[in-house]
Design a protein around this ligand. Structure first.
Ligand SMILES: Cc1cc2nc3c(=O)[nH]c(=O)nc-3n(C[C@H](O)[C@H](O)[C@H](O)COP(=O)(O)OP(=O)(O)OC[C@H]3O[C@@H](n4cnc5c(N)ncnc54)[C@H](O)[C@@H]3O)c2cc1C
Length: 327
């Protein structure tokens, strides 16, 4: 059994100090991912910094943003009045994730930092550059049915599993972090990383940094939105492909659009070119098919995930049709 220290600071500075003192310390929030990984021997922190005593669970207005604390529970955020009114796409994405029990333990910060569900990452008997840099990528030539079609490298083809993060990247959210060098803000689109040569790094967080909140700016995406998640079971399963679609439609013309996909890359995959292609066009299936074509440029599949090359564009069209209420 791995021995580890456990601390439960009541002040943010004490939490950051506790992290800074030990390179192998890990924050624990809901524990729904980290504890699993520790039990399986995938992660072995020497110290757990439990942040549940920090006052980081508020959902409130901050200027023209909704600020959601890092410790707000996924289930609470999904049912929050402000979130439902201003950012219904986020509520839909959260409700598509995990199960009610898990959503009532899982936090916003933990959800963003959950690790990939790649089998090779989870099985310590198999090679995985993310778990053990330099050991190789078992998925490249192995069972790669769930894996990436965008942005992968020859070191890692894993995908990011979070549903919530797909909505947050589409909604132009910003991550607020605090660390030994002070506070900073990271645009959500830059928060997660592509694998490149360092797939062990999932995000651009610096060592010792704590996520304190997420800001979501107000935008006219309150009506024509849809989060579509395609999975192998109706609940309790990760996305094969998911799509977060948000449209601002006036007189059947698309004034603005936000589009992102999950289950296709090492990070939540924002589709900015496809968004641009939608603007000024009528909200029709034909428009959505053209946008899906733009979105799929550069996609490349492996032996067992060829199906994603069809599933992804069809899911984009379906999500946009549902968002626009096009029959
Ligand atoms: C059976 C099962 C099914 C699931 N299905 C889905 C699904 O369909 N969709 C989906 O999106 N998710 C799914 N999940 C994942 C679930 O959403 C995550 O486990 C959960 O969101 C993690 O949150 P947590 O608070 O429990 O994180 P923890 O397990 O406590 O932490 C996870 C990671 O985040 C770090 N961390 C946590 N909070 C902070 C912070 N504030 N600052 C810095 N670092 C922090 C920890 O150090 C750790 O590395 C599923 C999980 C399970 C077990």
């Amino acid at each position: 059994m791995n021995q580890f220290q456990y601390v439960r600071p009541t002040k943010q500075k004490a939490a950051i100090d506790a992290l800074a003192k030990d390179a192998n310390a890990q924050i624990i929030a809901g524990g729904t991912n980290l504890i699993d990984l520790m039990k399986r021997g995938v992660m072995a922190p020497q110290k757990l910094v439990d942040i549940n005593k920090l006052p980081l669970n508020k959902i409130e207005r901050d200027g023209s943003n909704t600020r959601i604390g890092a410790l707000a529970l996924n289930g609470v955020v999904a049912e929050d009045k402000l979130v439902l009114e201003k950012h219904p796409l986020l509520a839909q994405a959260l409700n598509a994730g995990a199960s009610a029990q898990l959503r009532n333990m899982a936090t916003v910060g933990g959800n963003m930092l959950q690790r990939t569900r790649c089998h090779y990452f989870y099985d310590t008997a198999l090679p995985c550059n993310k778990r053990e840099p330099g050991s190789g990528c078992g998925a490249l030539e192995g069972f790669n049915r769930m894996h990436a079609i965008f942005g992968f490298s020859d070191k890692c083809i894993a995908v990011h599993p979070s549903d919530m993060s797909v909505a947050l990247v589409a909604l132009d959210a910003t991550v607020l972090v605090s660390g030994p060098k002070g506070d900073r803000r990271i645009p959500f689109i830059d928060f997660h990383r592509l694998p490149g040569d360092t797939p062990q790094k999932d995000t651009n967080l610096e060592p010792g940094e704590l996520i304190t909140a997420v800001d979501i700016p107000d935008a006219p995406f309150t009506k024509n939105v849809h989060y579509l998640k395609v999975r192998e079971r109706a609940s309790y399963a990760f996305a094969l492909v998911s799509v977060a679609a948000a449209l601002n439609i006036e007189n059947n013309t698309i004034k603005d659009a936000r589009l992102a996909m999950g289950g296709v890359a090492h990070k939540p995959w924002r589709l900015t070119e496809a968004e641009k292609s939608l603007v000024g066009k009528p909200a029709t299936e034909e428009t959505f098919r053209q946008a899906a074509e733009v979105a799929m440029r550069g996609a490349k599949a492996f032996k067992y995930n060829q199906y994603k090359l069809k599933l992804a564009p069809n899911s984009i069209v379906q999500a946009l049709k549902t968002a626009a209420a096009v029959a």
